[in-house]
Design a binder for this molecule. Structure first.
Ligand SMILES: *[C@@H]1O[C@H](CO)[C@@H](O)[C@H](O)[C@H]1NC(C)=O
Ligand SMILES: *[C@@H]1O[C@H](CO)[C@@H](O)[C@H](O)[C@H]1NC(C)=O
Ligand SMILES: *[C@@H]1O[C@H](CO)[C@@H](O)[C@H](O)[C@H]1NC(C)=O
Ligand SMILES: *[C@@H]1O[C@H](CO)[C@@H](O)[C@H](O)[C@H]1NC(C)=O
Length: 381
């Protein structure tokens, strides 16, 4: 039990993940019942690739390189790369956007402050690690529009924002849609052909700091939104959604895939073609998704907080997966909704973003960890 307790304590320390309360209940339930679980804790990361022809799986254990965040910052929830391929850029717990700058004359690099919001400059409390995120902001989704080099930011509290290619102070573009204020702005992606920004407001009832309530109360007040690059107006594409989180524009730029943390599903919203305006199930997921990104083959990588657990919404009782169940933190799904690979990690690690680059780099972001991970390997698609 000890390693699990440590993992849980670490999660609590590093800020509320979606299932903290659930895991606490789980611990209580199993100790009260007096049952002894032999839980296998595999202390490695692994990519498990499905061979769709034979049904065989191949395993590849690895240890990611860790790019530690500075100044006590944590929580690189979303990763972005600019048009020159530099980065990653990421939003962190104190409201800033960092950029990883490689040291050309050495093997390493440094994180620099790339962008910040007005409160970071104007309010001294926002320069403290313990600043109130409802005031100091919490950037979650970040992506570039490559034609202009501008970075768009989905800040959980401050709204949809953007900053120019040289960074600096980000400006707020929108804080409401259809007269309903944003409450929990979360995932974001950009149609690179039009500049339109697709993003989510995970709930219109609960803020990010209350994110466990979204799951436990089966909240369905989330919205899928679009910021029109030409009219500069936000429209509601779909409302009444359960925990919409990450979004990814499809590689054919006709639809957007939306990850629903609860109930562990992904949906497709078509914005072009014969199905325009429809919202359709894309895939059932084996865990709780955060961000979703295109892979290099027309499919997607979903970052997972963890594998699914049984949950009773009335009692909030959690049924753990069977002992020895691998700890899932990512899944790759092709454009037809078929699983291609999964990513597993040591217990206690949760992921928010899996960004594959150049056919051999897998960058790993997490809203809970104090580093960004990188795995370099030719098997990554
Ligand atoms: C892959 O699957 C086939 C068919 O099930 C089996 O005969 C073969 O031994 C497997 N190969 C490996 C490397 O496991
Ligand atoms: C870059 O790397 C070189 C060689 O390792 C080192 O001397 C230098 O201090 C580094 N510069 C920075 C800004 O980290
Ligand atoms: C949200 O969290 C804050 C701080 O923990 C708490 O004071 C507030 O009551 C919560 N709101 C809801 C609706 O749960
Ligand atoms: C998706 O399904 C179609 C029809 O079954 C098939 O032709 C296509 O090759 C599949 N695409 C992928 C990426 O598996």
């Amino acid at each position: 039990m000890a390693p699990i307790l440590i993992a849980v304590a670490r999660r609590v320390h590093l800020m509320a993940p979606i299932l903290i309360t659930g895991l606490a209940v789980l611990m209580l339930a199993s100790s009260c019942a007096g049952t002894k679980h032999e839980v296998v804790i595999k202390n490695t990361w692994s990519i498990v690739v499905d061979d769709l022809h034979t049904g065989n799986k191949s395993y590849n254990d690895f240890q990611p390189s860790e790019f530690r965040l500075p100044d006590g910052a944590t929580g690189a929830e979303s990763l972005a790369f600019d048009r020159r391929g530099e980065g990653p850029y990421t939003g962190v717990s104190d409201g800033r956007i960092f950029k990883w700058v490689r040291n050309k004359s050495g093997a390493n690099g440094v994180w620099i402050t790339f962008a910040y919001n007005a409160n970071y400059i104007n309010l001294p409390i926002c320069k403290k690690v313990s600043g109130d995120e409802t005031v100091c902001g919490r950037p979650l989704g970040v992506q570039f529009f490559h034609k202009t080099g501008e970075l768009y930011i989905a800040d959980a509290y401050l709204g949809l924002m953007k900053v120019g290619p040289r960074g600096g102070m980000a400006k707020v573009l929108a804080t409401e849609a259809d007269g309903v204020p944003f409450t929990f702005v979360n995932g974001l992606d950009i149609d690179q052909s039009t500049g339109d920004v697709y993003f989510t407001d995970s709930s219109t009832k609960y803020q990010r700091r209350n994110n466990t309530q979204v799951m436990f109360n089966r909240d369905t007040t989330g919205r899928l939104l679009k910021y029109d690059a030409r009219t500069r107006r936000v429209t509601v594409l779909k409302s009444g959604l359960p925990y919409p989180n990450g979004v990814a524009v499809s590689s054919d730029q006709r639809s957007v895939v939306v990850a629903h943390t609860w109930p562990s599903q992904a949906f497709t919203y078509w914005f072009k073609g014969p199905k325009a305006g429809q919202y359709e199930l894309f895939a059932d997921l084996p865990g709780y998704p955060d961000n979703v990104r295109r892979d290099n083959n027309g499919g997607y990588w979903f970052a997972l907080n963890q594998e699914k657990v049984g949950f009773n919404p009335k009692t909030h009782e959690v049924t753990p997966p069977p002992p020895g169940t691998p700890h899932l933190v990512g899944i790759q799904i092709n454009s037809n909704g078929t699983e291609l690979a999964v990513l597993t990690a040591p217990k206690g690690v949760t992921l928010s973003d899996v960004a594959v680059r150049n056919g051999m780099q897998m960058w790993l972001g997490s809203v809970e960890l104090d580093y960004v991970g990188l795995f370099d390997h030719t098997m990554i698609q």
